[in-house]
Ligand binder design. Structure first.
Ligand code: 5GP
Ligand code: ZN
Length: 153
């Protein structure tokens, strides 16, 4: 309800000082970055569901969308939609998922807001997705292809 502050439980909750995605946003931790501006950063998921699986984050620490300003929530999803076009172009995907988890009950592992952009093929239809492992060179090439597609967008 409007104005009513409620908490979303997550036993993996950490503050900005211990937060992996804050460290990535500050350049203190490496990532295959595909996009960055003053407010947002997007990088490849280290343990992806498919090649090109990208995470889009606000740079400012907040655990769930309830911790964000409304305009920033809008900006985050607009950016995720824009990045999805580049991800699909770079990977040749036939569809994509936008996914955003809030709280442990929703399987949120990293307690810093992020939107998943997950490219999918027709072969994924109707099946649960497993994590895949990509070598460093493949991550590098994929992130470069997404950056190139974004530059054309
Ligand atoms: P969640 O379940 O919290 O929505 O998703 C968190 C995602 O972050 C997972 O898909 C996981 O593979 C990814 N992840 C966790 N730690 C790191 C990291 O240090 N770097 C990157 N690039 N991704 C990470
Ligand atoms: Zn953070």
């Amino acid at each position: 309800m409007k104005g009513e502050k409620r908490e979303i439980f997550n036993s993996a909750s950490v503050g900005p000082d211990k937060c992996t995605f804050c460290k990535i946003a500050k350049g203190e931790f490496p990532s295959y970055t595909v996009f960055e501006d003053e407010t947002y950063i997007a990088f490849l998921d280290i343990n992806p569901f498919s090649k090109g699986h990208t995470l889009v984050c606000p740079k400012a620490h907040g655990e769930t969308v309830w911790d964000m300003k409304e305009a920033e929530i809008g900006g985050l999803f607009l950016l995720a939609a824009r990045i999805s076009r580049a991800v699909v172009e770079a990977t040749g995907a036939e569809g994509f998922r936008l996914l955003q988890n809030n709280g442990e009950a929703a399987n949120q592992i990293v307690s810093h807001v992020h939107v998943h952009v997950i490219p999918v093929m027709m072969s994924h239809k109707g099946k649960p997705m497993d994590r895949i492992r990509l070598e460093g060179k493949e991550m590098e090439d994929t992130s470069a292809a997404i950056r190139k597609a974004l530059a054309r967008d």
